[in-house]
Design a protein around this ligand. Structure first.
Ligand SMILES: *Cc1c(COP(=O)(O)O)cnc(C)c1O
Length: 457
């Protein structure tokens, strides 16, 4: 196999700071063993998230200068709108400052108290926005999608039988159905075209609109090209167009496959719904031709949405996660398989069998990776999703203890990844010396962002 290279050369550089392990031990202690509390200047390789952390191209930086900052009817809006229409085919394109703003508007106008919204797996802001309207967010990913070591080409697929059961039973309470591509909360796993087509058919059979959470639509489209029969000779644009043709609308965080640092949109075909959405948009985001963004942001996004469909880019993008995954598996480290589009998920329970979930093995691993290599990842386990027993106050662990290493787009080179792989393996070899963690302080909600920890002695 020939080497797949970064399909770009570097024009602007941003220095990253080397620190010693001694310094990092001190920094970690001062951050209460929570990497969210470490200053980015003290991080060498930042794999905290792929959201809004990508590098823009020379064409995007050039486009910024062409932003039309007119309050209404901005030229930049029409440029952005025409690109989104070309890809999605939707009639109404409504810019928002990021994905959750699109979600908030959509669910405010569509979802009522007691409603149920099915999805393969709701992303946390999607779920929160549904629950905020006193409705229920139901996850219906296929059973294979929940088994980390199981190989399956489309682990993000929706369980069609379960969906039909739900539709049959509760069709009065379901205002819309969704599918998230790729399935971020389920390991960045793709959804097949066949599955999208069937979800669409089922929802439409019950006269329900179908919306796509499209944050990583280009990565998903390229997985379809690589893995689904009949798509090998189609362009990624054609595949994306077919995906959206089955839906009635979408929400999008452009901080992912929009290749920009901020932005998003809501799109749909229904005229009346769009009118309601624009009314809410004006209330909280801005006039419909900018929706909380600057004209220059819309220019950069228009270019980003074209660049993300480049197949050399997507090949390098998906290969990055696969490459790291192969090296870690060779070293005996358990990960979610196969690797998804934007991240590698390490199984921290398998990494540290001597640390029980009540002592947060994922938190131990994110701290050790920082200490050993200045690398920042995020715990997705009992710190993030654990619950407390209402009566005893005892911790109820999450089903999995994972550490996600998410990859900013077009930011790190292969040697950065080789370095990270070396440090992860070093951490693995030293696993017996690692200690569990205990929480010394936590807030009432979303504790992972601000909780304080101490190693268990
Ligand atoms: C990031 C993300 C969102 C929310 O987008 P923001 O821009 O962070 O508000 C929604 N759904 C998925 C799948 C995401 O990855």
């Amino acid at each position: 196999m020939s080497i797949i290279i970064e399909p770009f050369r570097i024009k602007v550089v941003e220095p990253i700071r080397q620190t010693t392990e001694e310094e990092r031990v001190e920094i970690l202690k001062n951050a209460h063993y929570n990497p969210f509390l470490i200053k980015s200047d003290d991080i060498l390789i930042d794999f905290l998230t792929d959201s809004g952390t990508g590098a823009m191209s020379d064409r995007q930086w050039g486009a910024l200068m062409q932003g039309d900052e007119s309050y209404a009817g901005s030229r930049s809006f029409f440029r952005f709108e025409s690109v989104v229409k070309k890809i999605t085919g939707f009639k109404h394109i409504i810019p928002t400052h990021q994905g959750r703003a699109a979600e908030r508007i959509l669910f405010s106008i569509m979802v009522q108290k007691g409603d149920i919204v099915p999805n393969n797996t709701h992303f946390d802001t999607t779920r929160a926005n549904i629950e905020f309207n006193d409705a229920e967010a139901v996850d219906l990913v296929i059973p294979e999608g929940k088994i980390p070591e199981l190989e399956h080409p489309f682990k993000g697929n929706m369980d069609l039988e379960k969906l039909e059961e739900l539709l049959e039973k509760y069709h009065d309470r379901i205002p819309l159905g969704m599918v998230t591509i790729t399935n971020n909360s389920g390991g960045g796993q793709p959804v097949s075209m066949e599955n999208i087509r069937e979800v669409s058919r089922l929802l439409h059979k019950y006269n329900m609109p179908f919306f796509i959470d499209a944050c990583r639509f280009a990565e998903n489209a390229y997985f379809i090209k690589l893995r689904e029969k009949g798509y090998e000779n189609k362009s990624v644009l054609e595949i994306a167009q077919e995906i959206f043709s089955y839906a009635d609308g979408c929400t999008m965080s452009a901080k992912k496959d929009g290749l920009v640092n901020i932005g998003g949109f809501l799109a749909m075909n229904d005229d009346e719904l769009a009118m309601k959405a624009r009314t809410l948009l004006i209330l909280t985001e801005g006039f419909p031709s900018y929706g909380g963004l600057a004209g220059r942001d819309l220019e950069a996004l228009a270019v980003g949405l074209e660049e993300v469909l480049n197949e050399d880019y997507l090949k390098y993008r998906l290969r990055t996660a696969e490459y790291m995954g192969e090296r870690l598996l060779d070293a005996g480290i358990s990960i979610i398989r196969p690797t998804g589009g934007h991240a590698v998920y390490i199984d921290a329970k398998a990494f540290y069998p001597h640390i029980p979930p009540s002592q947060f093995p994922g938190q131990t691993l994110v701290c050790e990776l920082y200490k050993k290599g200045g690398i920042r990842g995020v715990e997705i386990g009992s710190v993030m999703f654990g619950k407390k027993d209402k009566e005893t106050g005892e911790e109820i662990p999450a089903p999995m203890e994972l550490v996600r290493l998410a990859f900013p787009r077009r930011v790190y080179t292969q040697s950065h990844f080789d370095y990270a792989i070396e440090k992860i393996i070093e951490t693995f070899k030293d696993r017996e010396n690692a200690k569990g963690m205990k929480i010394t302080w936590e807030p009432p909600f979303l504790r992972h962002f601000t909780a304080k920890f101490e190693p268990v002695e």
